[in-house]
Write a protein that binds this ligand. Structure first.
Ligand code: MN
Length: 136
């Protein structure tokens, strides 16, 4: 079985390198983008299995980019997971409203990172009802 291909869209080099390292160590194939525009282009070209999306990125911010993915018939099926330090309930809701299936908070919880990725790849998305922070 082919290994899943994961696109990281993240402008912070240290965060991007850490995510790439952890994913490659787990034998995933990693694609990287630094800006929203680059992320959009790579997603169109490569159609990855999962997108990890930093919300604060140049050119097209993550919320807007998540909307674009959701509204593009060719990309709408790809799960988009927000990678964010924005952990207030209102920020999470904004990411979900934009089309993200979930979020991973920064700084990364390293032991749980790969299990989270596996769950998102398996389609075990946190639903609106059991999402952490819902009802707050
Ligand atoms: Mn950023």
């Amino acid at each position: 079985m082919a290994k899943a291909r994961i696109l990281i869209i993240e402008d912070n080099r240290d965060n991007r390198e850490l995510v790439r390292f952890l994913l490659e160590q787990a034998k995933y194939e990693v694609l990287q983008a630094v800006t929203g525009r680059e992320g959009w282009q790579i997603a169109q070209q490569e159609h990855p299995d999962l997108i990890l999306l930093d919300l604060t990125i140049p050119e097209i911010d993550g919320w807007q980019l998540a909307e674009q993915f959701k509204n593009d018939p060719g990309l709408a099926d790809i799960p988009v997971v927000a990678l964010t330090a924005h952990t207030l309930p209102v920020d999470r809701k904004r990411a979900m409203d934009a089309g993200c299936v979930g979020y991973i908070t920064k700084p990364l919880d390293i032991p749980n990172f790969i299990p989270q990725i596996q769950a998102y790849l398996a389609g075990k998305h946190l639903s609106t009802t059991d999402r952490p922070g819902s009802g707050e």
